[in-house]
Design a protein around this ligand. Structure first.
Ligand SMILES: [Zn+2]
Length: 57
């Protein structure tokens, strides 16, 4: 099933949190994982900065 999760990652010794990331959750063991498209979007956010107030080079 699909469920929004809180995604956390430490970047430059700073804890970055992204809320309401659409994840797939296993009904059996509760494991969460993200599909490739979602991961790409998240990586882009981390690369460009969460605030995204600066244009990327
Ligand atoms: Zn499972």
């Amino acid at each position: 099933m699909e469920a929004p999760v809180l995604y956390e990652k430490i970047v430059n010794n700073e804890l970055i949190q992204i809320e309401n990331v659409p994840a797939l959750v296993c009904r059996n063991c509760g494991e969460e994982w993200l599909d490739d498209e979602t991961l790409e979007t998240i990586e882009r956010i981390f690369t460009q900065g969460v605030a995204a107030d600066r244009p990327a080079n």
